[in-house]
Write a protein that binds this ligand. Structure first.
Ligand SMILES: [Zn+2]
Ligand SMILES: [Zn+2]
Length: 259
């Protein structure tokens, strides 16, 4: 059996994707990629899996399929803290996303909206973003940080190298390394090379993610795989829950730690 890449991150009609779970499996097979289903489990995305009861039904729906069973949980929506161990253990791996970050004075800034507090500069935002990322690595028992370079729409015209200063990158590298959380190479939100190289050099596990929501996107991990290989990551070192394991149990219920 030759090695095939694992797409750790993709969506179906069980949340906001366009393909049914069966169509996703078929598409991945066409591309020679092993599939995961990782629909949104959060009250912040519509449609999504929005309750513990719905999460149980979601796992029932995908457990008979030849897929890795995952979910993408929003850091800023506390639903992930309520997941009982009995359900947490049914996932092969779990993904966390900073779709929004908490502001020190209360409230959030959302990555897929334009609004930021009046007068907030990208430097001020990025310091808050990195503080949230550090808390995320301490509190959220996930295996993968999804699309690590997604930032609020209003700052996306600024080069990633400038937003992520080297000192911010270094803090993120150390936090992910300590927490044993994989850094996703997203096909849709591609990280800059300097950041990725630091992760690889520090021994942070790398995962491949199409973050596909459509036929064109699902299981397309060609660019992430090429990027990993170009930095010397061996295929068998890429994150695979069947090989490298997953965080087990105690998904929720952890008290928030002050930063
Ligand atoms: Zn996401
Ligand atoms: Zn996603």
């Amino acid at each position: 059996m030759t090695w095939q890449p694992l797409d750790c991150h993709a969506h179906t009609t069980l949340s906001d994707g366009a393909l049914t779970p069966e169509e996703l499996v078929a598409r991945a097979a066409e591309l020679g990629v092993r599939p995961s289903i990782s629909d949104h489990v959060t009250r912040d995305v519509t449609p999504a899996v929005q309750s513990i009861a719905a999460m149980r039904a979601y796992l029932d729906d995908i457990e008979h399929l030849p897929v890795a069973r995952s979910a993408e949980f929003c850091w800023h929506d506390a639903l992930w803290r309520e997941v009982p161990d009995e359900l947490a253990l049914r996932f092969t791996h779990r993904i966390g996303s900073l779709h929004a970050v908490f502001l020190p004075g209360g409230g959030t800034v959302h990555a897929f909206r334009r609004e930021v507090p009046k007068g907030m500069t990208h430097d001020q935002y990025m310091d808050i973003h990195v503080q949230n990322l550090l808390r995320f690595t301490l509190e959220m028992p996930v295996d993968i940080l999804a699309h690590p370079t997604v930032l609020p729409l209003t700052f996306r015209a600024i080069p990633l190298e400038e937003l992520w200063s080297e000192s911010r990158e270094n803090r993120a590298v150390e936090a992910l390394r300590r927490a044993k959380i994989a850094f996703e190479i997203s096909n849709r939100y591609r990280p800059h090379e300097r950041f990725l190289r630091k992760m690889v050099d520090a021994g942070v596990r790398i995962s491949l993610g199409s973050d596909g929501h459509s036929l064109e996107q699902v299981a397309d991990v060609a660019w992430p795989l090429a990027a990993a290989r170009s930095l010397g990551v061996k295929d068998e070192e890429l994150y695979d829950p069947h090989v490298h394991g997953s965080k087990t149990g105690h998904f929720g219920g952890k008290p928030a730690r002050p930063v």
